[in-house]
Design a protein around this ligand. Structure first.
Ligand SMILES: [Zn+2]
Length: 302
């Protein structure tokens, strides 16, 4: 009887000691993690897990690291359209060292830098980035296009333009707006998107309702295809080549077809989408400061 009692006691003591040891180890580990913080690579892996996981990332995408070391401990995240010198300076001021940018850092789609090695603008920008240990990661393809998820750029733009209820159910680029003149629409866009240098092609008094909205730079073929669609009266774009889509709309107008085109500028046609990106990141990253810094429209008018 006595022996039995003793063995239970020893068992309990061992069990309790083990639990205490386990709790202590977990506590130390949690504290170490908290002190260590998340690395840029860990933040990006988290983003990948929220955009389709490894299956959706298994192709040659431009969404990858452009500068810095993925092992860098993140002090704060900035989302932006493109990391201009001003955006970089503001990121440093805000103590944020991970920049999530929609567009390239170094003036070409894949951020090739070999051709820029002796370029003074490139070198000055890179020096600034290196001096402040800034990690830049591009978020373009998957922010636009993740299966089962709406285009994040379009979500942000709809929010700013208040157009969600006009969007066609079958095609997210087609909108059936309340009828207004081209001039009225242009002025609305200018006001909502705070544009200084908006450009319009076509009759300002033409009444339009059905429009195609292709933010950014879809290219001439897509612009022509959008204008070919049944009933489309106006094509709204970020930017377009003057010898492609623009040449086409000029001809269409020359043939007395009642169509028009508005060019918002690439930045202004997409930038709200990176504000949306900051909001989206906050939905699953809670222990890091996350801030949207606009790159801003590069143009002005005299
Ligand atoms: Zn885009």
């Amino acid at each position: 009887m006595k022996n039995n009692f003793n063995s239970i006691n020893i068992f309990h003591i061992l069990h309790f000691t083990f639990l205490l040891f386990l709790m202590f180890t977990l506590l130390i580990k949690a504290q170490q993690n908290e002190l260590k913080g998340m690395t840029a690579g860990e933040v990006i892996n988290l983003i990948k897990s929220h955009t389709g996981g490894s299956d959706a990332w298994n192709y040659n995408t431009v969404d990858n690291f452009k500068t810095g070391n993925p092992e860098t401990i993140v002090t704060g995240i900035v989302t932006t359209f493109t990391p201009t010198m001003e955006v970089l300076a503001q990121a440093v001021q805000n103590n944020c060292n991970l920049i999530i940018s929609h567009e390239p850092t170094f003036y070409n789609n894949t951020d090739e830098v070999k051709w820029l090695e002796n370029d003074k603008v490139y070198k000055t920008k890179l020096d600034f980035i290196n001096k402040h240990n800034i990690v830049i990661w591009r978020f373009h393809d998957h922010w636009h296009n993740t299966p089962g998820k709406p285009d994040g750029i379009m979500v942000g733009m709809m929010d700013t333009l208040k157009w969600k209820s006009y969007q066609s159910a079958d095609e997210q680029t087609i909108f059936n707006l309340p009828e207004m003149t081209v001039k009225e629409l242009a002025l609305y866009l200018k006001k909502q998107l705070k544009i200084k240098a908006l450009r319009v092609i076509g009759d300002p008094e033409l009444k339009v309702s059905k429009i195609a909205f292709l933010p950014g730079a879809w290219g001439g073929t897509a612009h022509v295809k959008a204008l070919e669609k049944e009933g489309v009266q106006l094509l709204l774009v970020g930017e377009s080549n003057e010898w492609e889509g623009i040449a086409y709309i000029v001809d269409a107008i020359g043939q007395k077809r009642n169509q028009a085109m508005i060019l918002l500028g690439h930045v202004t046609s997409e930038e709200s989408g990176m504000n949306e990106c900051a909001k989206w990141l906050k939905s699953f990253i809670s222990d890091l400061p996350i801030k949207f810094i606009p790159a801003g429209e590069p143009f002005w008018q005299p």
